[in-house]
Design a protein around this ligand. Sequence first.
Ligand code: HEC
Ligand code: HEC
Ligand code: HEC
Ligand code: HEC
Ligand code: HEC
Length: 417
Amino acid sequence: LRRSLSRQQISGRGLWLLPVFLCGLLVACGDEAAPPVAPEVFLERHWFRPIAPQGPVPAGFSAQEAALDPDACGNCHVQQFTDWKTSLHAKAMGPGVLGQLLDMAADATDEHQACIRCHAPLAEQASSLSQAIARPRAAGRQALLHEQGLACAACHVRQHVRFGPPRRDGSVPQAGDKGLPHGGWKASAAFEDSRFCAACHQFKEGDFALNGKFLENTYEEWKASRYAREGKSCQSCHMPERRHLWRGVHDEQMMKESVKVTAAAPVRAGDTVQASLAIRNTGSGHRFPTYVTPKVIAEIYQAGADGRLLQGTLQQHVIARLVELDLSREISDTRLAPDEEAMLDYRAPMDRRAAYLVYRMRVEPDAFYTELYKSLLASGQAVRGKTMIGAALANSQRAHFTFFEERRPLRGVDVAK
Ligand code: HEC
Ligand code: HEC
Ligand code: HEC
Ligand code: HEC
Ligand code: HEC
């Protein structure tokens, strides 16, 4: 009896100590000393969609603190706002998306939600969108909330409460921190977790798949890579120093850093030129590229003394997951998993005018969308959204760029033994 009594006393004491111990261990305890919520539990709630309306503004909030507009946040969080403004998250309601939404009924809110759950997920954006479809307004006025795309508040604000990662020194707001704007804020380690991004960059059980693979599988691709094992999160590559830039396949510098390209010198065998281009995914934390929408093209061609392409000498290797426009079929998948390599083997008759061999890597970041917009316009499906889809088509074609180019002289090259 004595023994069991003391065990009870000990366990009772242990239970009482547990929250205190955890608080000491994980600095992430909120001001009410509530036990920290595990990232997966936090994220389940945080990214439950449709997101609930923010509700009534807390007493004592100024108009600026109550506003959900990124401009308002930008008054104080200057760096994040300046970065975000240049990012594709800020352009997530560009003409390609909005043009398609305009051809939906104003009250088809489930249909809207199927797109804006990722592109403009706030409840306040859903209602601003419905109103805009019902009553279009003139251009040139101040941007409406839904037009602001993936706004700060979509990632950081629920029920007017701000959530963010612990401060850079690891500390979090304390009960004594009075006088912080917007009633202070709550810290969660979930912001530093790759699963935060998976909410929109990873399809789940039951979502659309082709050839047994989800249409969006970025998180799983990352999880299977060495980056996950090394603790290199999405944020470490896409938000270095917590910058809000999210550069990706549309950015030249990012593309230069994503692969190691090695051009083997040309060799001549009789009238034939041989060469190769090796492309290794050394810097992309998932498949290169991860989606069905971009097309990366490795190419080698012969050029005249003026550097111009000589017709008939071009050979290419496309790195992409190509799918039919109606998503009925996967055509091919040549994307590179992290550390995987592809090779373009060049072999062609030597053009007598050839002075150089040119090795090149190009990307068409929106190749799939170019075809989609063309078909929306040709089939007459784009009606109210026609002008916007036309603008999106032009943007998608302007997005092309070359991120690697090398020239080797062809005159006097070694003849293969
Ligand atoms: C009046 C100035 C002001 C406005 C407006 C404002 N903030 Fe803040 N915000 C602050 C200050 C000051 C802090 C406290 C920083 C600290 O405690 O280290 C803060 C903290 C935060 C944090 C936590 C930072 C961290 O380290 O995790 C987030 C996230 C945040 N704000 C988001 C927003 C968003 C989103 C908006 C707009 C919807 C907004 N804020 C509007 C001043 C402002
Ligand atoms: C796509 C979601 C997303 C959007 C949109 C977004 N943020 Fe963040 N923000 C994050 C994540 C994730 C982090 C933490 C990054 C990390 O820990 O590496 C963060 C960090 C922060 C921090 C803490 C910065 C620091 O240096 O400690 C502030 C403040 C902040 N965001 C404000 C904003 C503001 C203001 C906007 C809009 C102009 C905005 N965020 C838009 C996801 C987002
Ligand atoms: C609420 C949904 C949502 C969340 C959460 C989110 N994203 Fe995005 N992200 C998008 C959408 C939508 C786009 C496409 C925007 C466009 O071009 O229309 C995008 C675009 C991007 C791009 C640009 C890719 C390119 O084509 O160049 C990168 C990089 C990116 N996201 C990384 C991240 C990372 C890292 C996180 C986590 C910190 C994250 N995203 C969280 C919805 C989201
Ligand atoms: C699960 C999140 C998610 C949903 C739902 C979603 N998108 Fe996207 N969308 C993305 C991401 C991520 C990108 C950027 C990567 C890419 O280009 O594929 C993107 C890119 C786009 C683009 C090209 C970039 C741009 O801004 O022009 C268009 C157009 C687009 N989406 C339209 C739609 C439409 C229309 C719907 C609804 C039928 C929809 N999306 C639903 C995540 C989503
Ligand atoms: C080791 C660095 C690294 C990590 C980790 C990483 N990325 Fe990337 N990501 C890149 C590079 C480099 C590119 C540009 C090349 C490419 O498209 O693959 C890119 C491209 C993208 C794109 C553009 C679309 C496309 O088709 O490629 C999106 C969206 C994206 N990343 C999201 C994520 C998400 C979400 C995570 C985490 C699950 C993540 N990334 C982890 C480096 C990284």
